[in-house]
Design a protein around this ligand. Structure first.
Ligand code: GDP
Length: 364
């Protein structure tokens, strides 16, 4: 499954947020929640549509979809030069699909700030610089090899790679992330093999105290301004409060949120933002045995979506019966959706939409 790495300076609240995300109580009670290792957690993706479908279909079981978060601790200034356990941590980040960058936006004299004082923009610069330097190192090494090869060949792939490396070097040397490089599709495919950190999508998590949660504060204003310049999202969260919420029983939790004037835990917003960042959407299978949510990359065609359930479904794909969950909510039953002519039969080229309910027909 696709995953999101949680990065940031020490003591900004990464582990607090990660632990709240992966705490047993925060997870749907009927999902076999698991922690793969201490730093990797499987998180169920909250989805009201799944609950609404289940209310209408009354299945024996209900299974949400999941995504993974990885707590990547230990990134410090100098990591790209091997400071601390720098290289090892950068390796972990390289293996993720997207990055949640946690920034400290709360004052607390009890919590030491590694860089002297709370200053989100300074913190962001330290982390982003380390990530950028790590990429610069990767690209420089590759470039040296490819330049040599390119001199003595007319091989198209090598020429393309050389031009990709030049473009990447130019943006990285200008202090800009690799994702801003203007690569052709071909160059992009080759560049992907380098697993550059700054080519991954990134969002900021502004970790605030309770008073800053709804209105924000001077720190979050800085982060939001920076994020807007980069075209990145910001999720405002109070790590300490999320840790408390995650320990509550569902009824207590709803009461607590109501008292705070909140409609849902901040973690739900974070999970949804990370899901969007990864460019993921959800489709459903819905039968009396089981109603279940499945994750696919936006743009996936019907056979690929079937393949998420089982590779045999993809190989033997014939067609998919399909309707929108919104139509189910409007008309109240599958039968009614059918009578309205809204149940379609879709073939191999159908691009699955977020919220579709699908029934696959396949050869075995
Ligand atoms: P990490 O090093 O980034 O993983 O940071 P931790 O999650 O270990 O948090 C460092 C310290 O900050 C701990 O003592 C936390 O209790 C505290 N902390 C985390 N989130 C918040 C918050 O929202 N408000 C306050 N006041 N303290 C927090």
């Amino acid at each position: 499954p696709l995953n999101c790495g949680i990065v940031g300076l020490p003591n900004v609240g990464k582990s607090t947020i990660f632990n709240a995300l992966t705490s047993a109580k925060a997870q749907a009670a009927n999902y076999p929640f698991c922690t793969i290792d201490p730093n990797t957690g499987v998180v169920t993706v909250p989805d009201e549509r799944l609950t609404k479908i289940s209310e209408l279909i009354q299945p024996k079981s209900l299974v949400p979809t999941t995504m993974e978060f990885i707590d990547i601790a230990g990134l410090v200034e100098g990591a790209s030069k091997g400071e601390g356990l720098g290289n090892q941590f950068l390796g972990h980040i390289r293996a993720t699909d997207a990055i949640c960058h946690v920034v400290r936006c709360f004052d607390d004299p009890e919590v030491v700030h590694v860089a002297g004082g709370v200053n989100p923009l300074h913190d962001i610069d330290i982390i982003n610089t380390e990530l950028l330097l790590a990429d610069l190192d990767t690209v420089e090494k590759r470039n040296t090899k490819v330049e040599k090869l390119a001199k003595n060949t007319s091989d198209h792939k090598i020429k393309t790679e050389a031009s990709a490396m030049h473009k990447l070097l130019a943006v990285l040397n200008a202090g800009k992330p690799a994702r801003t490089a203007d690569l052709t599709d071909e160059e992009r495919i080759i560049a992907r093999e380098l697993f550059l950190i700054t080519s991954k999508p990134q969002l900021y998590v502004a970790n605030v105290d309770e008073s800053g949660l709804i209105k924000g504060n001077a720190y979050t204003a800085d982060v939001e301004k920076r994020a807007a310049e980069e075209g990145a999202q910001v999720v405002r969260i109070c790590g300490a409060m999320e840790a408390e919420i995650a320990q509550l029983e569902p009824a207590e939790r709803d009461e607590f949120l109501k008292d705070m004037g909140l409609s849902e835990p901040g973690l739900n917003r974070l999970i949804h933002s990370a899901y969007r960042l990864l460019d993921l959407i959800t489709y459903f299978t819905a039968g009396v045995q089981e109603v279940r949510a499945w994750t696919i990359k936006r743009g996936t065609k019907a056979p690929g979506a079937a393949g998420v359930i089982h590779s045999d479904f993809e190989k033997g794909f014939i067609k998919a019966d399909c309707y929108a969950s919104d139509d189910l909510f409007t008309y109240g039953s599958e039968q009614a959706v059918k009578e309205k002519g809204l149940l379609r039969s879709e073939g191999k080229e159908y691009v699955v939409k977020d919220g579709d309910i699908l029934f696959f027909k396949f050869n075995v």
